[in-house]
Design a protein around this ligand. Structure first.
Ligand SMILES: [Zn+2]
Ligand SMILES: [Zn+2]
Length: 274
């Protein structure tokens, strides 16, 4: 099977390239499909989210590409719907449900993937320095991210480990951490949600392995969970970044099948060849 890249950002949000440039790169890389997943509008987070008045133009730009690539590569109009974003309606080919922030008692949002310093300062101030309290709060949201966002795909399941390479911020082996993460994983897997093996933080130099961590992937495979592959690409140069390694990781964790978006919805198939 040809690979798909279903988690892509463009200049409509915080990506570097236009939808046309991303589609051309995906086609040149041999993708069977590209799906666009611009960040849903989120008040106060305009630096990385789409502006509400850009949604119609985004829709038009991607729809034009569907016609342009007809018969050569499938093009899907998706959205990365944030947990805190206002409803964007059902009229999308699919949604990726993601938690990028946690709401704070002062009414602001703590950005989880902005920087290591922002996250550490947030934990110090709002969680009394207790990283396990952060983990419990985060995974409580992740456990229902699909029902809140309408996302069929679970976005970067363990995003709070973005800056935790080598255990720099907390111990991912802590039983409290594992219990919180596994509870969310089991809830989402039981509802048939598709977890992305996401290489975005690897391409940007934060991590050496994709999300989710191997212990989570092994458990997901053990319970018959569903996966897809994504690069969370923010530029034309990274549409299939790290897929070969991600596919090997999936295989090593017990997967021999994954899920693809088609004109008939999501269907299961063999692991892609890149
Ligand atoms: Zn995201
Ligand atoms: Zn993304």
């Amino acid at each position: 099977m040809k690979p798909q890249t279903l988690h892509c950002h463009t200049t409509f949000c915080d990506g570097a390239d236009s939808p046309a440039a991303m589609a051309a790169a995906a086609f040149a890389a041999g993708c069977g499909a590209i799906g666009f997943s611009g960040h849903s509008p989120l008040p106060g987070q305009e630096s990385w989210c789409m502006a509400p008045d850009k949604l119609a133009e985004y829709r038009r730009a991607v729809t034009a590409l569907k016609a342009e690539y007809a018969g050569r590569m499938e093009v899907f109009l998706g959205l990365e719907q944030d947990y805190d974003s206002p409803d964007t309606g059902p009229d999308w080919d699919y949604k990726i449900g993601s938690v990028h922030c946690l709401p704070l008692p002062d009414g602001t949002l703590l950005g989880l993937d902005e920087s290591a310093a922002t996250l550490a300062a947030g934990v110090a101030r709002w969680f009394a320095g207790d990283w396990m309290a952060l983990a419990r709060a985060y995974y409580a949201r992740m456990a229902r991210v699909d029902t809140v966002t309408g996302g069929e795909i679970v976005g970067h399941f363990d995003l709070i480990t973005k800056f935790n390479e080598g255990g720099a911020q907390f111990d991912e082996g802590d039983p409290v951490y594992r219990e919180a993460a596994l509870a969310a994983l089991h809830a989402l897997a039981a509802r048939g949600r598709i977890f992305e093996i996401n290489t975005g933080a690897v391409s940007r130099g934060y991590r050496t392995a994709p999300y989710p961590a191997a212990f989570l992937l092994r458990e997901l495979a053990a319970v018959g969970g569903r996966i897809t592959f994504s690069s969370d690409s923010h530029s034309a140069a990274t549409v299939l970044y790290g897929y070969r390694e991600a596919i090997e990781l999936a295989r090593a964790c017990g997967f021999s099948r994954c899920w693809y978006r088609t004109g008939r919805g999501f269907v299961e198939g063999p692991l892609p060849v890149v």
